[in-house]
Ligand binder design. Structure first.
Ligand SMILES: Nc1ncnc2c1ncn2[C@@H]1O[C@H](COP(=O)(O)OP(=O)(O)OP(=O)(O)O)[C@@H](O)[C@H]1O
Ligand SMILES: [Mg+2]
Length: 384
């Protein structure tokens, strides 16, 4: 395994002894651990062995040139910060150093303060680079985990459908064959619906990530949108014996956002409120204007969510395991909701009591009519 770089260690490579001495003294006094070398070859060996965070290197040296040293330093450690010291501070030498991968250059003569500042900035930049690299690695790992999980989720229902089809193909003509076939076909339908939902949700996420969904910012009237969404779930709610209601004041302000996203958001919250409810339960949707934003609430009298599950509720693929409940969801719905709300500049939160019900609160920026500017002056207003 690679040895991690030493955060406060500096290596100075310069053939000029007074320069090496001055740099070492100034930087040691500032708390850095400094090693100095008179030529590139020795400096490179030391860097490979001690992994400093920053190297100060003279651009013009006998033997290995400064630019060669910079290239080799980055072969040893691509994150190393290199500052070039040069007595020939011309644009061309600076360009040469930057092209070779140096972070900055310091023309001789320089003051102790200039040296300290450039080294400090170099370390700060290095830290930012390391953090960005970690974030990038984490994103890549997360992407891979996501792909693995989705592949698994796609495979499971497909395997089940395949097995039922196989069974049906080999089914003998016994008295219970018709009933068996009907049962297996029904199971196949459930599993294919599951597949469709997963693919749809996956596509929604990909479109949100790719920017083809959620970028629109227009006036969206909440009243008709909520009414349409609730209407489309009347049959599902009735089949579960759940009643739907809404409270939408006439003066509820419009949202500034994307109408498709808002529909996807409400679809998910309302389906959950119905699906995780009980016979005789209720689902209510309200919208109110608050200063600067609009508050949409989806409330239900369903199963509620265990307290310890709440911090993970909006994570991708998170599902609450409940004994006796075999509902098949993907666990992407609320993750999509959070992505949408964040994309639109709002927030989503949940309050829930197990056995009593849940309330999801979504806050979104409201749409303000553009104010007429001076360019929109009426016919009577003219200058001259
Ligand atoms: N209103 C609710 N009442 C009780 N539990 C809920 C409610 N909404 C969500 N949950 C719980 O949170 C989990 C995650 O919900 P989410 O909508 O993300 O996924 P899902 O419903 O399982 O699948 P899908 O992605 O198909 O919607 C659900 O499995 C459910 O257990
Ligand atoms: Mg859901």
């Amino acid at each position: 395994m690679d040895t991690p770089a030493v955060p406060d260690a500096v290596v100075v490579i310069d053939d000029d002894y007074p320069m090496r001495l001055a740099c070492s003294q100034i930087l040691s006094r500032s708390g850095y651990r400094v090693d100095a070398f008179e030529d590139g070859a020795r400096g490179l060996d030391a860097v490979a062995a001690s992994k400093p965070g920053l190297v100060l290197v003279d651009l013009k040296m006998p033997g290995l040139s400064g630019t060669e040293v910079i290239a080799r330093l980055h072969e040893i450690d691509p994150t190393i910060t290199v500052v070039v010291i040069t007595g020939y501070a011309t644009i061309s030498t600076a360009v040469e150093a930057m092209k070779a991968g140096a972070y900055d250059f310091l023309p001789k003569p320089f003051s102790p303060e200039e040296l300290r500042l450039i080294v400090q900035r170099g370390f700060e930049r290095r830290q930012l680079q390391i953090e960005a690299r970690h974030a990038e690695v984490e994103r890549e790992l997360q992407r891979r985990r996501f792909v693995t999980f989705v592949t698994h989720q796609l495979k499971t229902p497909l395997v089940a459908v395949h097995q039922f089809l196989d069974l049906m193909q080999r089914l003998e003509d016994t008295p219970d064959a018709v009933a068996k076939r009907a049962d297996w076909l029904a199971r196949c339908l459930v599993r294919t619906e599951e597949l469709q939902r997963l693919i749809e949700e996956w596509l929604t996420l990909a479109r949100l990530e790719g920017g083809t969904l959620g970028r629109q910012r227009i006036r969206v009237d909440v009243r008709p949108l909520v009414a349409t969404v609730l209407e489309s779930y009347r049959t599902l709610a009735a089949s579960r014996e759940v009643s739907l209601s809404h409270e939408l004041p006439d003066d509820v302000c419009p949202v500034h956002g994307d109408p498709i996203c808002l529909t996807v958001l409400l679809d998910n919250l309302v389906t959950n409120a119905i699906q995780y409810n009980r016979p005789g339960g209720r689902v209510g949707v309200c919208a109110h204007c608050t200063p600067g934003e609009i508050l949409i609430t989806v409330e239900d009298t369903g199963a509620g969510i265990p307290h310890d599950a709440l911090p993970f509720l909006f994570d991708e693929f998170f599902r609450v395991r409940r004994p006796g409940n075999h509902s098949r969801g993907t666990g992407l719905g609320l993750h999509i909701c959070r992505r949408i709300v964040t994309e639109m500049g709002g927030t989503i939160e949940v309050e829930s009591t197990e056995g009593a019900g849940s309330t999801f609160r979504v806050r979104l920026p409201f749409y303000a009519e553009p104010v007429a500017g001076p360019g929109d002056a009426g016919p009577g207003d003219h200058v001259g």
